[in-house]
Design a protein around this ligand. Structure first.
Ligand code: GAR
Length: 203
């Protein structure tokens, strides 16, 4: 049976698009069964619709507090029964309940070489720090902010005339490569978590 992927989004959804295309081409042997957005305006919702993927909006602003939002999100996830949850530009920290329920079954993509520059505006942080190399990281989600075990990373140069925009665009190209790769490895059962290290199991 095809593996079930749920993708959580907040914004424009180019990483969602990369995952959609990787499932459509058969590169990833799984199906995106649901897209969930905390933001009703997210362009990612349009991408889901165009791909014929069901989408649910849980408008964060309409919930009285984080606890009630997380409870609703957990209910949606349970109903979708995912093998894997992908955070793709999902700009919230997942609550502990969801993280422990789906331990090592939640992946996130982050636009820096973690553990450098976690949190918001990673590309701006990288420029302000003055690093010459940056990149992106796919990692399992744990209770911390961008702290979970690292699955894949890709690096790219930072140029003297970069702005947060140009650096983000450069990193994004690598994001669109390593996120589908990581999802493929996961769904093929090739990732083994050994403490902080994620080992890729060879054939
Ligand atoms: C991506 O660069 C992703 O790595 C980043 O937001 C962007 C979303 O773009 N995520 C984070 O910063 C999470 N902390 P997208 O909506 O086009 O995929």
């Amino acid at each position: 049976m095809s593996k079930r992927i749920v993708v959580l989004v907040s914004g424009r959804g180019t990483n969602l698009q990369a995952l959609i295309e990787a499932t459509q081409s058969g590169y990833i042997g799984g199906e995106i069964v649901l897209v969930v957005s905390d933001n009703p305006q997210a362009y990612a919702l349009r991408r889901a619709q165009e791909a014929g993927i069901p989408a649910t909006v849980l408008d964060y602003g309409l919930f009285p507090n984080k606890k009630s939002y997380e409870a609703a999100l957990l209910e949606v996830l349970e109903r979708a029964n995912p093998d894997l949850i992908c955070l793709a530009g999902y700009m919230r920290i997942l609550g502990k309940g969801i993280v422990s329920r789906y331990r090592y079954r939640i992946l996130n993509i982050h636009p820096s070489l973690l553990p450098a520059f976690p949190g918001l505006d990673a590309q701006k942080q990288a420029l302000e720090y003055g690093v010459k190399v940056s990149g992106c990281t796919v990692h399992f989600v744990d209770e911390g902010m961008d702290t979970g075990p690292i699955v894949l990373q890709a690096s790219c140069p930072v140029f003297d005339d970069d702005t947060p925009h140009t650096l983000s665009e450069r990193i994004l190209q690598y994001e669109h490569q390593i996120y589908p790769q990581a999802v493929k490895l996961f769904l093929e059962g090739k990732l083994r978590v050994d403490g902080r290290r994620v080992v890729t199991v060879k054939e």
